[in-house]
Design a protein around this ligand. Structure first.
Ligand code: TPP
Ligand code: MG
Length: 324
């Protein structure tokens, strides 16, 4: 581990931001306060914290459908993300974006897209722009394992490698796309092997080990900023939630990921072993984050819905659409 105990403590808090945000959101979803569908990032906290910790506001990132917590860690106020997911006027995109289509370019969030993997093509254009401007910023694109069977995945990696574009590919391999296991739909369950064929550095890392995930991300980001072209990281992790209610995975697998190899507990044990923080201090961090998330939820609940008269505003840049 190369990260310091102080940095690890800060990442521990970040992981709690992701989990507490999702737990609060799930609770409100079940109460009927969140419209649409919900995919949560519970179980993938270390991946999101590691990515957020290595980006800066002048970079661009394209989150996936489980990245709510990452949006907060990237710098958008938590209440604005929460209100967005509640479909409220005070949300970061005035309640029009929701989970999948909200963006905040001021902190580098260029938005997700419901067509899985399509941001991999968009990221190329942003990265090309950075390269032409001579900047050392990068475009990070976060995608699930399910995306790797899509044409855009391969087209994107090919062009990024050929043109040495500053793209950080963050492949969140949680083992399944909906309920299809990666190894059942690909010739390998190790997706970095595909990326390596496109002639870019490609690594696989334990995505539940925050220190390993953060180290790997830092190495990749430094390489890209130094002008060496794209970099691919496959984070091996596991999501607690399926794409629907009900458990389809074997009990021993669930036990391994939720109890024995669970990212927040692993970080907690490592912090306690390092000896400069005790149980009470770690519990306090969790409680503080949970209280903050409750404030974000209260803000979202108290916020007004969007004004129907503004439904067509800001749909296209500089072009107001008038209702027919
Ligand atoms: C191009 C495309 N095909 C299908 C879907 C429907 N869909 C939504 S999520 C999902 C599974 C995605 O799996 P993965 O990329 O592994 O992400 P995970 O949900 O496991 O985090 C699918 C097939 C979609 N949104 N876009
Ligand atoms: Mg998956």
């Amino acid at each position: 581990m190369t990260i310091t105990p102080t940095k690890l403590l800060s990442l521990y808090r970040d992981m709690w931001v992701v989990r507490a945000f999702e737990f609060g959101l799930e609770r409100e979803f079940k109460r009927g306060n969140v419209p649409g569908m919900l995919h949560t990032g519970v179980g993938q906290e270390a991946v999101q914290a590691a990515i957020a910790a290595n980006l800066r506001h002048t970079d661009a990132f394209f989150p996936d459908h489980r990245c709510h917590g990452l949006l907060v860690l990237a710098g958008t106020p938590g209440e604005k993300i929460m209100a967005e997911l509640f479909g409220k006027a005070t949300g970061v995109c005035s309640g029009k974006g929701g989970s999948l289509h909200s963006a905040d370019p001021g902190v580098g969030n260029f938005g997700d897209n419901a067509v899985e993997g399509s941001m991999m093509a968009t990221a190329l254009g942003v990265a090309l722009g950075f390269q032409m401007q001579g900047r050392d910023d990068l475009a990070a694109v976060i995608v699930g394992d399910g995306t790797s069977g899509r044409g855009e995945w391969h087209e994107s990696l090919n062009l990024a490698a050929a043109w040495k574009l500053p793209v950080l590919y963050c492949c969140v391999n949680n083992g399944y796309a909906i309920s299809t296991a990666v190894g059942d739909s690909h010739a390998t369950a190790n997706l970095y092997e595909f990326a390596a064929a496109y002639k870019m550095p490609a690594v696989q890392v334990d995505g539940n080990d925050i220190a390993a995930a953060c180290d790997a991300t830092q190495t990749a980001v430094e390489s890209i900023r130094a002008g060496h072209g794209p970099y691919f990281i496959e984070y091996k992790t596991w999501r607690w939630q399926g794409l629907f209610s009900g458990e389809f995975r074997p009990p021993e697998e669930v036990k391994y990921w939720k109890e024995e190899h669970e990212p927040i507990n692993m970080a907690r044990e490592r912090l306690l072993a390092a000896g400069n923080v005790d149980e009470a201090a770690l519990d306090k961090i969790k409680a503080e984050v949970e209280a903050e998330v409750e404030r974000w939820i209260a803000f979202a609940l108290d916020s007004p819905p969007p004004d129907p008269a503004k439904a067509t505003a800001n749909v296209y840049v500089g072009w107001e659409v008038t209702a027919r």
